[in-house]
Ligand binder design. Structure first.
Ligand code: SF4
Ligand code: FES
Length: 213
């Protein structure tokens, strides 16, 4: 799906269809701005205030929706707390000032953790068609509060292996419980770890193949 840019009076909306994981936050929160299943233009920035556009864009977990205020209002702020959430039977949802595979990647991204995406490291929805089953919940492990909770986060997909994540990060379950607080970790992206969301080396046993560093 192509990238779209729609300019409104006070705010411009960018939509990257390839990044969208169809969580439908946008069409459920603001069906007047994001109008699905219609012929022609489906994004209407002027239907609500630019503040509301900003809120709905920031609720998009994948980063498919971004915005630019053109009325002098504030642009999207960096997250105050870097986090990765494990979505039930779905991807890893990051919020941070992201660099992914060495490239600036905005403040929000959903990355594949089932191993099936054809657009790795990004999620392309294959977890649903592939029948991936993985809890979004798990028991916490011992961790101490971080000295800083924000800052840049580097996500480096390892060749045939996990996501190496460097920077302040809180690992959070789908329902918001903190699992770990770390400055460096390795997250499973092959779908086979027995210790999800962390890598336990299973990628080697199952012969996982993916581009990486
Ligand atoms: S991922 Fe973003 S753009 Fe896609 S449906 Fe969800 S909120 Fe909308
Ligand atoms: S990437 Fe899945 S166990 Fe290492």
């Amino acid at each position: 799906m192509a990238k779209e840019t729609v300019r409104g009076r006070d705010v411009t909306i960018h939509f990257d269809g390839q990044r969208c994981i169809h969580s439908r936050n946008c069409v459920l929160l603001h069906p007047d701005v994001f109008v699905p299943n219609v012929p022609g233009e489906w994004i209407h920035p002027d239907a609500v205030s630019p503040e509301e556009v900003a809120l709905v864009a920031r609720a998009c977990p994948s980063g498919a929706i971004t915005y630019e205020r053109t009325d002098g209002g504030p642009q999207e702020p960096a997250p105050l707390v870097n986090q990765v959430r494990t979505r039930e039977d779905g991807p890893l949802a990051f919020r941070a000032t992201l660099r992914i595979a060495g490239e600036d990647a905005g403040f929000r991204a959903t990355l594949c953790r089932c191993g099936l995406s054809k657009d790795k490291p990004y999620c392309d929805g294959s977890h649903a068609t592939g029948g991936f089953v993985a809890s979004g919940e798990r028991a916490p492990q011992e961790s101490q509060p971080l000295a800083m909770r924000d800052g840049g986060l580097d996500v480096e997909p390892q060749k045939n292996g996990p996501l190496h994540v460097i920077g302040n990060l809180e690992v959070v379950t789908g329902t918001g419980h903190t699992v770990d607080r770390t400055t460096e970790t390795w997250l499973c992206r092959c779908g086979h770890s027995g210790n999800k969301p962390f890598c336990d080396g299973s990628h080697a046993k199952v012969g996982f193949q993916a581009d990486g560093i």
